[in-house]
Design a protein around this ligand. Structure first.
Ligand SMILES: [Zn+2]
Length: 417
């Protein structure tokens, strides 16, 4: 029958032909049942060891959901054999178009898995007419397969960061490859053990040996973990974390100068926190005027603001001496200003001088650290309540690696058999 041959061609499952088609029900969107049979049988492959054999024990029809034909959802049915394998014993026959034990074909799994990366799982499940758990399993298999096939890179620069999980669950430790801008590992808590565990389990010895620098904040447990697991790597302190401390110090100055100085000053300084924390170059127009009035009212706040603004320059020098000279000048400008909060910040900078100056030798991409942070937070927020950490890590890897950047990438995922 010619038409069945055409249908086989449309179906496009290598090595299979359509035996016959039937409708599950009547109606415009009825499910299409497609009975398959192998063509050119050269024995049946064992699902355990892939060895072919003719020893068939029995056969049972099994069904898999497949890609729809226009408006019709499709189920393929195949008489799957159980074979008697010489090495494995009694096993089911290997079916090329689906994973073992999966109830959907591999190509449908790819489509669902891909959709799940840009919409909630429940949405993708409805779209493809499968249950939520089926969609979730498909997504998981899709991501795991993608992750398994990826090359294992040797990152020169690593990033170790803590991500807030929410009130009750506290923190995650996230390890990332800063050269390629990808998440590598995820661990609960932010202890020395969590980072040390990540460094030893997600990276092998060769990968660890390639690490030249680790970008992190001043969190002591992390510094300890890096010192023990990667003794040859340099710690580069994250610029944004350092500047965050500076912002906090500045805010303390504001509080002290306005809020603890009587009701008149308090009214004057109210609602200026965010304005003050912004960088001068991003403040425009009337807001600039507002800041200037604020500074006119309090010189000490002005001084603190200027000192904070100057700190940016710590990361513009090429040599340790340059950084040291700048920091020395900065400390000198701070003297006699009676700004204890800023002096505390100065102590911190001096104490962590090595970590700051290390940027001269290892130009870690701070922008990547920030953008990774944003992506990770967004994924965790969207997946809130997700208990499955393996799944969360896979999703983070996908979101940060962004494997689909062209039509060709997309085809590679969809034409996967
Ligand atoms: Zn076998």
């Amino acid at each position: 029958m010619g038409s069945l041959r055409e249908c086989t061609r449309i179906l496009g499952l290598d090595g299979y032909r359509i035996e016959y088609l039937e409708w599950e029900t009547d109606g415009p969107r009825a499910r299409l049942l497609i009975w398959l049979e192998r063509r050119g049988v050269r024995g049946y492959a064992c699902s355990g060891c892939r060895r072919r054999t003719w020893h068939v024990r029995d056969a049972k029809p099994r069904t898999w959901d497949d890609l729809p034909w226009a408006a019709h959802p499709v189920t393929v049915i195949y008489l799957q054999r159980r074979v008697r394998c010489r090495t494995c014993g009694i096993r089911t026959e290997r079916v090329e178009f689906a994973d073992a034990k999966a109830r959907i074909t591999r190509r449908l799994r790819q489509v669902i898995g891909l959709d799940c990366q840009s919409m909630p799982t429940s949405h993708a499940a409805v779209r493809h007419g499968v249950s939520w758990s089926k969609a979730r399993r498909a997504e998981r298999a899709f991501l795991a397969e993608w992750d398994r096939a990826r090359p294992r890179r040797r990152p020169r620069h690593l990033g170790a960061d803590e991500i807030h999980r929410g009130k009750r669950q506290k923190f995650y430790t996230v390890l990332s490859d800063l050269v390629h801008g990808e998440v590598i590992g995820l661990a609960p808590e932010r202890t020395e053990d969590s980072l040390a565990g990540l460094l030893t389990t997600t990276l092998d010895a060769r990968q660890r040996a390639a690490v030249e620098a680790v970008c992190t904040d001043m969190h002591r447990p992390y510094l300890n973990a890096i010192a023990t697991e990667l003794p040859k790597a340099t710690v580069v302190l994250d610029k944004f974390h350092v500047l965050q401390h500076a912002g906090k110090a500045l805010d303390e100055v504001r509080r002290k100068e306005f809020f603890r100085a009587g009701p008149v000053m308090r009214r004057f300084g109210r609602g200026k926190r965010w304005l003050l924390l912004r960088r001068w170059k991003t403040v425009r127009g009337s807001k600039r005027q507002e800041l200037q009035t604020l500074f006119a009212a309090n010189r000490r706040l002005f001084k603190a603001y200027v000192l904070r603004e100057q700190l940016d320059r710590l990361w513009t020098y090429k040599t340790h001496d340059g950084v040291a000279t700048f920091l020395f000048g900065w400390l000198k400008a701070l003297r006699w200003q009676r700004l204890p909060e800023m002096e505390k910040l100065a102590d911190l900078l001096v104490k962590h001088f090595d970590g700051i100056a290390a940027y001269c030798d290892h130009q870690v991409r701070f922008g990547v650290v920030e953008s990774l942070n944003t992506t990770v937070k967004a994924v965790i927020r969207r997946a809130r309540g997700m208990r499955d950490e393996t799944m969360l890590l896979l999703k983070l890897k996908w979101a940060t690696a962004r494997p689909i950047r062209s039509a060709r990438d997309l085809t590679r995922f969809l034409e996967f058999i």
